[in-house]
Every structure is written in C-alpha cells, then in structure tokens.
Design a protein around this ligand. Structure first.
Ligand SMILES: [Zn+2]
Length: 312
C-alpha cells in the first residue's frame, strides 16, 4: 500500500514515492513502473499542446489540466509535469533548487524523474538537455539545444494588485496594465526605489506582462533574447507559459528609475567569484556574514579549475 504523503515540513519522501511506484496495479491497467515518464500519453499530449500554444504566444498563461502526482501541489508539480511531458529516453536531466543540486527537494525530484524515466542525470549545466529549476537560472550560459523548466508558485503577475482572476484575465486581454505601473510608482513615492526583489514583473514580446517566477532580479536580464527555451509550469494554479528563444523580455522600469540587479560588496568565499549571484550565510556564534555562490555546480567547477591551476 502507498504510504501517506507529507509529514512535518512537507519535504518529499523518496520512500513514499518508491512504495507508490511499486504498488501492484489493478488488473487491466498499465503498471506505472512500466510506463515511461509516469504520466499517461493523453496527459503528455495535452501538456505538449498547451506548451506549443504558450510558445506561440510568449508570456501568455495557458490553462492546463494539472494532474495529481505522488508529490503535494506547491512542491514543483507544474515543473515536473512539463519535464515528464517533454522528456525522452536520450535526455540528460539536471534539477536545481535555489541554484543548488543537493537540496532535499532537488535530490528527490531528480530521483523521481530518474526512477520513472531511467534517464541519465547530471549536475553540469553544459551537459544537461533539460534543466528543471526553482528560483534560479543557472549562471553558465545555456544553448539552443537546452530547455529550462521553471517551477512557479504564483503565475499571475497582477495578483498583488488585483485579486479577481476574471479581472486579471480581462486586464491581460486588453493590455490594461495601469494598476501594476501605479504599484511601481507608489513604491518610488514611498521608498524612492522599486522594492520588488524576486518575481520582478517583465514585459514579454512587447505584449504580455509576465511573472518570471521567484528568480532574483539578477537572473531577469538572462531572459532577454536568450538562446534557450524557458518554460514555466504552475501545478497548483494550472498554468503553463513560455519565453521562446530570441524573445524581447524587459523588466518594468521608468526612464528616471531604472531596473537594477542586486549588488554585492564582496565575492564568493569559496571560489572568489564577483560576477555571480551570492547567498548570504550568517555564522551563528559570531554573527559574521559570508557570501557563497547560489549556483553550487558553477562554484564547484570554478574551485576545481583553480585547484588545477595551483597544482604542479
Ligand atoms: Zn563560488
């Protein structure tokens, strides 16, 4: 029998996933262990069709029939469904969570994908054909043969200014974005700058305002005229949207209050990088602050390169 999902903290349990997958299916039904990529073919077809529509209308949120997975909604099910609908046996998959390959969720989602697809996995950005991520875009530039799938908690960029779904659909339809511009203006009046950190709204293809998911502002310029296809999946909110390669993506800004990325006054304490997005670590006993690269694979590669140079 499948064990109950969840528990304190809500982290994914690989034991739960394993027991679910090993469950004996009722007579006449295909075993999930024999089905490639967990989802049934009709579901994959629907997700692929909706993805194509999303690619055809950059930044537009396409509703889809988000399916149940052996993972609670809110833990990356939108991203996982996109990944499972697109993946093929030859794909090489990388999964990151806040830039890290080793966090609990990244490890368990990677294990799940590996278990239901039998594909190769990697931590190297350049090797991966399909990268699923939460809250970060890899530091290493990605190419045209790669796809980045982002997990999205809140797909609606206008949600903070308009609670009604019906109204936000109308606003997108009519390109009536005055209320979000007003929100940015009020920020400037109150704080003399735009205070939005993650989820910074962007204008895609000069038409739709889009939520780039909670990536830091540091990553927003990477979306503009990228070589790579970016796909966004919101499982709980049942939305798919996309930024195809070579699309114009501009953060909202005023002529006298320009968009700017985060600034760090020091480099990574591990690899010395001053051109990467850094995480702050506060040392418990001394309250001293350190910074390390958020993209752990990129940081490790830099350290290995430095050790090679130092070694005789
Ligand atoms: Zn580093």
């Amino acid at each position: 029998m499948a064990e109950q999902q969840g528990g304190a903290g809500g982290t994914l349990s690989s034991k739960t996933l394993t027991s679910y997958l090993q469950e004996t299916p009722p007579a006449g039904r295909i075993s999930t262990t024999n089905r490639f990529a967990f989802l049934d073919e009709a579901t994959k077809m629907e997700i692929r069709r909706k993805t194509l529509k999303a690619v055809a209308i950059p930044g537009y949120q396409v509703p889809f029939g988000s399916r149940e997975l052996p993972i609670a909604r809110g833990w990356g099910t939108g991203g996982i469904q996109l990944t499972l609908a697109l993946i093929g046996p030859e794909d090489i998959v990388k999964v990151i969570d806040q830039g890290c390959d080793d966090s609990v969720n990244a490890v368990n989602i990677r294990k799940f994908i590996q278990q239901v697809c039998g594909v190769e996995v990697t931590e190297k950005t350049a090797e991966a054909t399909l990268i699923q991520t939460r809250h970060r875009v890899p530091e290493e530039p990605m190419g045209k043969d790669q796809i980045l799938v982002l997990q999205v908690p809140i797909p609606e960029p206008l949600r903070d200014v308009e609670p009604s779904e019906q109204e936000t659909r109308r606003m997108h339809g009519e390109a009536d974005y005055s209320s979000i511009w007003l929100r940015l203006y009020e920020d400037i009046v109150a704080y003399n700058e735009i205070t939005i950190g993650a989820r910074y709204p962007v204008l895609v293809n000069r038409r739709h305002i889009m939520d780039p998911s909670p990536i830091p502002r540091w990553d927003v310029p990477l979306l503009h005229q990228s070589e790579t296809l970016y796909l966004f999946g919101a499982g709980r909110e049942k939305r798919i949207y996309a930024i195809p390669p070579h699309t114009e993506v501009h953060p909202l800004e005023f002529a006298d209050h320009r968009f700017r990325v985060e600034r760090f006054n020091q480099g990574c304490m591990l690899c010395g990088a001053t051109d990467t997005y850094l995480d702050e670590i506060v040392e418990g006993s001394t309250a001293q602050r350190f910074y390390t690269c958020s993209d752990t694979a990129h940081c490790r590669a830099r350290q290995e390169q430095q050790n090679k140079v130092v070694a005789p």
